[in-house]
Design a protein around this ligand. Sequence first.
Ligand SMILES: Nc1ncnc2c1ncn2[C@@H]1O[C@H](COP(=O)(O)OP(=O)(O)OP(=O)(O)O)[C@@H](O)[C@H]1O
Ligand SMILES: [Mg+2]
Ligand SMILES: [Zn+2]
Length: 449
Amino acid sequence: MAKQKTIYSCTECGGQTLKWQGQCPHCQAWNTLIETLAEKPVSRFSPVSETGEVQNLSMIEAREEPRYPTGIEELDRVLGGGMVRGGVVLLGGDPGIGKSTLLLQALSSMSAQHAVLYVSGEESAQQVALRAKRLALDVRSVDLYAEIQLEKIQAVLTKRKPAVAVIDSIQTVYSEILQSAPGSVAQVRECAAQLTRLAKSSGTCIILVGHVTKEGALAGPRVLEHMVDTVLYFEGDMHSTFRMIRAFKNRFGAVNELGVFAMSEKGLREVKNPSALFLSHHDAQVPGSCIMVTQEGTRPLLVEIQALVDEARSPNPRRLCVGLEQNRLAMLLAVLHRHAGIPCYDQDVFINAVGGVKITEPGADLAILLAVVSSLKNKPLAEKMIVIGEVGLAGEIRPVQRGQERLKEAAKLGFKQAIIPLANKPKQTIEGMTIIPVARLKDAVVHMH
Ligand SMILES: Nc1ncnc2c1ncn2[C@@H]1O[C@H](COP(=O)(O)OP(=O)(O)OP(=O)(O)O)[C@@H](O)[C@H]1O
Ligand SMILES: [Mg+2]
Ligand SMILES: [Zn+2]
């Protein structure tokens, strides 16, 4: 038998080289080239959406594609109001976080009105049936197809024309045209492209389940994210029962919405009012704990930031963040030293956002620093206090978006004091809430106890 030729393909851009290199010559990413079998060139590149004559944009009939609500409000919220006809959604998440569970629930609820198909490549038909039974779902109108070969899946989708189809997962699907194994860069890219094409031409909404790597990125080429219309990520602490879904990209809606669920034996239950979910309830105020209000899409969310500052035992003190940005912490500690005169260079600093929630907005800066100061001095913050604000390199406190709404939510949950950026100072008083507007980091530190 002739020796199979191998080439190297990039996991970021899908580009190929003949020899291994440290850096991808196509997208300049480092250490992304992996060995794959050489594929015979396939000439099946037809465009993703239907092509035709050149038209004048104003002459094209602009109709809103119909939306199919999933019946799970928290999921619809992240999707921007439901699935869109012909839309392709990629749902990524850690193993065992609940991707199959959620999608089976969604299909069961959508099957009342639409034809739905669940394509399972990961689990046998029995396993899926067993899950449906455990979750006590009505699956009488849910069709199941246990198959991993792309061509057969395409044939079934073309024949049955379901309104919604789930492919669980894209990494298990393979095309016969390519020689490489399922899950390889070439296979994932080709299968996703073919399914996307099919969704656009047939109007079926397709939900692709995607595995994530240890680093938390979707496994397979980066191009996958560009190909699909919506990318959703499941996140959350595996040890807590709460699970969050966040839109990372959405061509049909806002991207910062957060859907919140609780995992139970009966599946994922919606958490409609999650604003107090990420607070741990201490009997009395403890040092190193500071509560902030973050804004996730249209909803304010109260999150407890915890800091532990401890004398460093090594010349390189440790800075560790869970749920917050690591690099930003080093910068914030430098600002704390220069503009508030509080040094931490001989201290290990650990920061945690309670409940496994990820906070990406800089509005958490001030809460992080006050938690650090509180732990360092071993002195708790004032009772029933919330803190919001971005900290700039000059030691200034910058405003956050929707400050008013955040304050109102905190007041509703019984908080009495708020340290906020001066620019966010509300025009009217908020009942039951004492506002402490600050312009500089120094002033915030003065008012925290
Ligand atoms: N009997 C049960 N009671 C409560 N929770 C359960 C039960 N069985 C499973 N679960 C929950 O369901 C989760 C598995 O969900 P699911 O199979 O949907 O995950 P997944 O994201 O599809 O995983 P994978 O990537 O392995 O396919 C488990 O981690 C567990 O939390
Ligand atoms: Mg699964
Ligand atoms: Zn590349």
